[in-house]
Design a binder for this molecule. Structure first.
Ligand SMILES: *[C@@H]1O[C@H](CO)[C@@H](O)[C@H](O)[C@H]1NC(C)=O
Ligand SMILES: *[C@@H]1O[C@H](CO)[C@@H](O)[C@H](O)[C@H]1NC(C)=O
Ligand SMILES: *[C@@H]1O[C@H](CO)[C@@H](O)[C@H](O)[C@H]1NC(C)=O
Ligand SMILES: *[C@@H]1O[C@H](CO)[C@@H](O)[C@H](O)[C@H]1NC(C)=O
Ligand SMILES: *[C@@H]1O[C@H](CO)[C@@H](O)[C@H](O)[C@H]1NC(C)=O
Length: 456
């Protein structure tokens, strides 16, 4: 191509791209193609950290809702916990000075997250308690610079994550349980929008302009409509004019009419795992502590999902077209406990061997195998990946879904030799599994057979 042709093509692409303007309505917002990086990366890390990380207590229940369980629902275990351990009159706000973050090292967090094989990170900029992990102009005295760490947590983490190959994202709660402005709008049946105009929207614009996140993970939307939240107005700006307009992705939690219907990708419910192929891109946001997003000092070992369960959940998610956002709850000191760190590093060990079957893949024709319930499929180019969650016993792996041709070949990721197979008269294939000593197996937890030359 001659240089002048190239210039013309570039000029055309640039002018064409800038012609697309999104309108503040759902049909226009929903027509935006999801930026490609998101579907390729598959794995992200979610981090829940805020004033709730100080009590970091909850019996088999999400701990980041501590304030609500205590003062919104008046649940007995939380009242007892406070009576037993704190002076009378101690308020939730009194926890904030103890959010010390003295061990917070954003580069260390980044290193641990990257070691898991994750390619994006989503940090709670603000949870339902309203405390902002950045020095917000709109959260006077209830932010991480004014009280607690006296640091810009979002800013430090943004710098550290952007210094890796990972994408940086922010979680943001639209509503705040006890904000008087919000409660007034609610009392007015959402016919007024004081809270949205003076709090929610200003801080959303503030975090985007200041930290340029490539994920906006919205939440706390469910009591009101997206029209109350002025969500499509914000998203039109985000997609048309913001500093991240070309790369940012958002979720679906933008109003009670929006979740599971509108926005960027769908999150539907927490720990969403439909088990079947979905038409629209979706994400399974889930937790390593099976009970909670925020840290719980009273969690016991069995509350934490095993590495095998985490990988099995992930493999099913990716097969069905989803991404997985795996949550870690650091301590009030800003520290990632070794139990989380171990899970993440083991996950990364698995990804090192198996990432060909994950990164940049797309769902195959079949998601799980028709015969073998321990097998999930992905594909990329001519490769079909059969990820097996249990090492096949008895010298044979039966797969019902693949339809082989004469040129079909099978090998195992991380293993040098090809595998023999035979076509089953009733459909599918039987792969001959040689005796491989345990220490010669490529990794633990799950294994990937790469199948080429299939007819289907
Ligand atoms: C929504 O925006 C589209 C542009 O994509 C426009 O054609 C349509 O009229 C708008 N719909 C409403 C209900 O405003
Ligand atoms: C970026 O990461 C490297 C290690 O990969 C580290 O040495 C350096 O200090 C980091 N830079 C910043 C600004 O954190
Ligand atoms: C809000 O709606 C409820 C139920 O529809 C009604 O009883 C109440 O009067 C309304 N309040 C206001 C301030 O409009
Ligand atoms: C929310 O939206 C639905 C559907 O658009 C509408 O029927 C309902 O009246 C709206 N409610 C409020 C409080 O705006
Ligand atoms: C495959 O998944 C579907 C949906 O979860 C389930 O109904 C079916 O039983 C699964 N098949 C096998 C063989 O496990």
């Amino acid at each position: 191509m001659q240089w002048c042709t190239l210039v013309l093509v570039v000029v055309f692409l640039v002018s064409h791209a800038s012609c697309i303007r999104y309108e503040p309505n759902w049909s226009s917002i929903d027509s935006r193609p999801l930026p490609g990086w998101y579907d390729d990366v598959k794995l992200g890390i979610f981090i829940h950290w805020g004033v709730f990380s100080v009590p970091s207590y909850s019996p088999k229940r999400i701990s980041e809702w501590f304030w609500w369980w205590w003062k919104g629902e008046n649940l007995q275990p939380y009242i007892d916990f406070m009576d037993k351990n704190y002076k009378p009159g101690f308020t939730y706000a009194d926890f904030a000075p103890q959010l010390t973050a003295e061990f917070f090292d954003a580069n260390h967090w980044a290193e641990v997250f990257e070691a898991s094989g994750s390619e994006y990170v989503v940090f709670t900029a603000k949870h339902h308690e309203g405390y902002t992990n950045w020095p917000s102009k709109y959260s006077f005295s209830w932010n991480s610079m004014a009280v607690g760490p006296h640091r810009d947590m979002v800013g430090e983490l943004a710098v550290a994550i952007k210094n890796t190959s990972m994408h940086f994202g922010l979680y943001h709660s639209l509503y705040e349980w006890f904000n008087p402005l919000y409660l007034q709008d609610k009392a007015n049946n959402y016919t007024t929008t004081e809270f949205v105009d003076r709090k929610t929207l200003p801080e959303l614009y503030e975090i985007v302009n200041k930290y340029q996140p490539e994920v906006i993970w919205s939440d706390g939307e469910w009591e009101a409509n997206s029209s109350y939240w002025k969500a499509t107005e914000f998203l039109a700006w985000l997609y048309n004019d913001s500093p991240v307009k070309d790369t940012v992705v958002t979720n679906d939690r933008w109003g009670k009419d929006a979740r599971c219907h509108h926005g960027g990708y769908l999150t539907c419910a927490d720990r969403y795992q439909p088990g079947t192929l979905q038409k629209k891109k979706w994400e399974n946001a889930m937790t390593i502590d099976s009970n909670s997003w925020g840290f719980r000092r009273n969690a016991i070992l069995s509350d934490y999902l095993s590495t095998h369960t985490l990988i099995a959940t992930f493999v099913e998610t990716v097969s069905c077209g989803g991404n997985m956002l795996m949550n870690v709850g650091p301590t009030k000191e800003g520290f990632i406990n070794p139990i989380f760190e171990e899970r993440l590093r083991e996950f990364g060990e698995w990804m090192k061997v198996n990432s060909d079957a994950i990164k940049g893949t797309r769902p195959w024709k079949a998601q799980n195998d028709t015969i073998n319930s321990n097998v999930w499929y992905t594909m990329k180019g001519n490769n079909v990946y059969a990820i097996v969650l249990e090492w096949p016993q008895g010298g044979t792996l039966i797969l019902g879904s693949p339809n082989p041709s004469i040129s079909t070949a099978i090998n195992l990721l991380g293993y040098p030799d090809k595998f023999q197979y035979s076509t089953r008269p009733t459909g599918g294939i039987a792969v001959k599994i040689p005796r491989i000593p345990k220490n010669k197996l490529p990794g633990k937890w799950a294994w990937t057979f790469v199948i080429t030359g299939l007819i289907n």
